[in-house]
Write a protein that binds this ligand. Structure first.
Ligand SMILES: NC(=O)c1ccc[n+]([C@@H]2O[C@H](COP(=O)([O-])OP(=O)(O)OC[C@H]3O[C@@H](n4cnc5c(N)ncnc54)[C@H](O)[C@@H]3O)[C@@H](O)[C@H]2O)c1
Length: 436
């Protein structure tokens, strides 16, 4: 099938490369000339495990091409995915300007009948807007459908090639048939291809992210209470996660959720609710708990150093909002580091893949160490923010020797408190009874 993907970011690039992998002819279009030039050189502008070989192979074999000419990409395609960003607007609602700009572009280049698929996360009612933006510009028949993306950064390729489910919102059999054909290779092993009406598909994506964010904020509050009452949230997590009605996924407390999706999608859903007279109080609490949680990591470091941060040096392990990505959007490291800098501390950080993206946030206001242990030299505390594998089982003797004070604030509960205290560290995790 001839497929166009408009927007070549975390989602569009993965979608395009994975669709080319099953034999489709895919053209990925983006307005960023730099991004397209980089991709044409077989360089991947983001860190996403497993993506590079797919891009290289499919580009070499001619099934995957990159262009800045969005109109040409539309004209060359039977199916066009809209995968541009939907950042939060000033009031928290999803800003649809990029989606609608692409819809107008599609309308202007509707040379043959096409199926237009919204991949971007968009509020209920967006398909209607996309449809009318296109219809204003063409008399050629077309079908609009919603196909929200559930991939996780860091495991995106695998998530697309082997999805748990694919959700498709359609209102025409022509579109359903096209989507069924396109997704057949990915659902052969029995993952459901779930067809529904368009509004329900649009809502499904927000409901999924809101539920996951809710679990995180819930556990972060339980963790806070554990600290006050002397319980260990890691044990509580095991105790509840083994209940099949609850399940064990997404029960890890931490420094607060970040990334390009949960914060903005929770906000956008709250805004949709308000606009329709439904106050989504649960989600309003989820959001405010998360904002607080991001500050708690800073408060923990400050308390661990007896409230004295001016002139102190803090080592930070992990900058990306989660492991296996270089995405800094809404990363909890930002609240922590900005707090430390404002309090007069200096920060030296190490992240295995996010230095380049972090520089766009912090510039030269912090130091970047190419090596995890290099960040520790002379530091008054180590704060662990991102759960990269390389931080999970470090040489604690080396850490202790490098630090000026043996203080670890473990925002991901990677380490065993008993073991670390026996090694002479002052150790503070999240929700592990130590009351910071
Ligand atoms: N990142 C994720 O993990 C994830 C997961 C599921 C869904 N989503 C959703 O997918 C959408 C895209 O997210 P992302 O993280 O890939 O965003 P991104 O910011 O990484 O990429 C968006 C791309 O669209 C391009 N673009 C913007 N306007 C354009 C236009 N008019 N024509 C062509 N290209 C244009 C930008 O240059 C950019 O490269 C969002 O709605 C997001 O909520 C993201």
């Amino acid at each position: 099938m001839r497929v166009g993907v408009v927007g070549t970011g975390y989602v569009g690039l993965v979608v395009g490369a994975c669709l080319a992998e099953t034999g489709n002819d895919v053209v990925c279009a983006d307005v960023s000339e730099e991004k397209i030039a980089t991709l044409r050189r077989n360089e991947i502008p983001i860190y996403e495990p497993g993506l590079e070989p797919l891009v290289v192979r499919n580009q070499r074999d001619g099934r995957l091409t990159f262009t800045t000419d969005v109109g040409a990409a539309v004209e060359a395609s039977q199916v066009v995915f809209i995968a541009v960003g939907t950042p939060p607007g000033e009031d928290g609602s999803a800003d649809l300007q990029h989606v609608l700009a692409v819809a107008r572009m599609i309308g202007d280049h509707m040379n043959t009948p096409k199926v237009v698929i919204t991949k971007s996360t968009v509020p209920v009612g967006t398909a209607v807007k996309v449809r009318s933006a296109i219809a204003e510009r063409t008399t050629t028949p077309f079908w609009v459908c919603s196909n929200p993306e559930f991939l996780k950064e860091g495991a995106a390729v695998d998530d697309f090639l082997r999805p748990d489910r694919v959700v498709v919102g359609v209102d025409a059999p022509e579109a359903a048939a096209m989507l069924e054909e396109l997704y057949a290779p990915y659902v052969r092993t029995g993952a459901p291809l779930i067809f529904m009406d368009i509004a329900s598909a649009e809502m499904t994506k927000y409901a999924a992210n809101a539920m996951l964010a809710t679990r995180i904020s819930f556990m972060n509050q339980i963790a806070e209470l554990c600290e006050r009452v002397g319980a260990d949230v890691s044990l509580v997590r095991k105790g509840i996660g083994t209940d099949p009605r609850i399940g064990s996924a997404f029960l890890f407390p931490g420094p607060g959720y970040g990334g390009s999706c949960f914060p903005k999608d929770v906000q956008a859903l709250v805004r949709t609710g308000d606009n329709h007279g439904v106050s989504l109080d649960v989600l309003k609490a989820v959001e405010s708990v998360n904002t607080r949680q991001k500050q708690r990591m800073f408060a923990k470091v400050r308390a661990a150093l007896d409230g004295k941060l001016a002139g102190r040096r803090i080592a930070v392990w992990g900058l990306a909002f989660k492991a296996e990505t270089d995405d800094m959007r809404e990363s909890p490291s930002i609240a922590l580091i900005e707090g430390l800098l404002a309090a007069g501390a200096t920060v030296v950080a190490h992240d295995p893949h996010a230095h380049e993206t972090a520089r766009l946030v912090f510039g030269n206001r912090i130091g970047y160490s190419d090596h995890a242990y290099g960040a520790l030299t002379g530091a008054d505390a180590l704060a662990v923010v991102t759960e990269w594998n390389e931080f999970r089982n470090p040489d604690f003797g080396r850490i202790k020797a490098a630090l000026a004070q043996p203080v670890i604030v473990d925002g991901r509960n990677l380490y065993d408190p008993t073991k670390l205290r026996a090694l002479g560290f002052r150790y503070f995790g999240i929700g592990r009874g130590e009351g910071l």
